[in-house]
Design a binder for this molecule. Structure first.
Ligand code: PLP
Length: 268
């Protein structure tokens, strides 16, 4: 049986992030990819110059038309853009239309462009109990907890606390990504620690730290790798561990691509 996985996310014409990254990741990991568009961006490796949201009712129409025909094994939810789209996708999750949903709560691009309106954060927060996993980076976790993004966790102990507090907010499973911790300027080996929090507690998920500027699409790629793998592996933690190892390879090979003048994409 083919594993069919759907991304509900925005478009990145430069191909490093958004649905383009998600579809490449699904293919690389043995899943057939479907895509529901929530927003168009005008974007290169040098940044985002514009965002054109899809009307919420048309996001619903795309999902309803698709799931009436195609059995989805898992879903990745990425950029939502507006509060209206976030509320509509939250409703679709609540209604069970998007199985095994992995939510990457995209807020701001690495280069600083807003990819989620301020008034949409509440809608994303109310989605937490209705998705299977949420995969925030440290600033996104702070915002979901009602803090300023600059109050992100800066050590492993605070990461543990933020992961636990996200569960208390209603998140069923949390993958709190440690890539925004400062590992210092050294050139020696370092480890990137993410935290997995579920009903059994908090488990560290470790991989080598890759020193590269070519990180465009890292978050999109990890969440879509988890969605692609979970139907094909014995459980969430097995899928998460393998997705992180695979992403580490994709990061290590990003600079081989030489795409664009800005921070380049990971190598899907
Ligand atoms: N564009 C789209 C459509 C995205 O979904 C995202 C992140 O999720 C980005 C851009 C930003 O990617 P990055 O911060 O990795 O550059």
């Amino acid at each position: 049986m083919t594993t069919v996985v759907c991304t509900v996310a925005g478009s990145d014409p430069s191909g490093g992030a958004g649905i383009q990254a998600d579809l490449k990741t699904f293919s690389a990991l043995g899943a057939y990819g479907c895509a529901v568009l929530t927003a168009l961006t005008a974007q290169s490796t040098q940044g985002v110059t514009g965002v054109h949201p899809v009307p919420a009712s048309f996001v619903r129409e795309q999902v309803e038309t698709l799931v009436a025909d195609v059995d989805l094994a898992a879903t990745k939810v990425g950029m939502l853009g507006t509060a209206e789209v976030a509320r509509e996708v939250a409703d679709l999750c609540r209604e069970g239309a998007l199985p095994r949903a992995v939510l990457d709560p995209v807020m701001v691009s690495t280069a600083g462009s807003r990819l989620l309106d301020d008034d949409a954060v509440d809608a994303v927060r109310t989605m937490l109990p209705h998705v299977d996993v949420v995969t925030p980076n440290l600033p996104e976790a702070a915002v979901l907890l009602g803090l300023d993004p600059t109050d992100q966790a800066r050590d492993l102990e605070t990461m543990h606390e933020h992961a636990r507090r996200l569960r208390e907010l209603g998140a069923r499973r949390v993958l709190l990504k440690g890539g925004h911790l400062d590992v210092g300027p050294g050139t020696g080996p370092a480890t990137c620690v993410d935290l997995w929090a579920d009903e059994h507690g908090v488990t560290p998920v470790r991989a080598a730290w890759v020193r590269t500027r070519d990180t465009h699409g890292t978050g999109c790629t990890l969440s879509s790798a988890v969605a692609a793998l979970v139907p094909q592996r014995p459980g969430w933690l097995a899928a998460v561990g393998e997705a992180k190892q695979w992403l580490t390879g994709a990061l290590a090979h990003g600079s081989d691509l030489g795409v664009g003048q800005g921070p380049g994409p990971v190598h899907h």
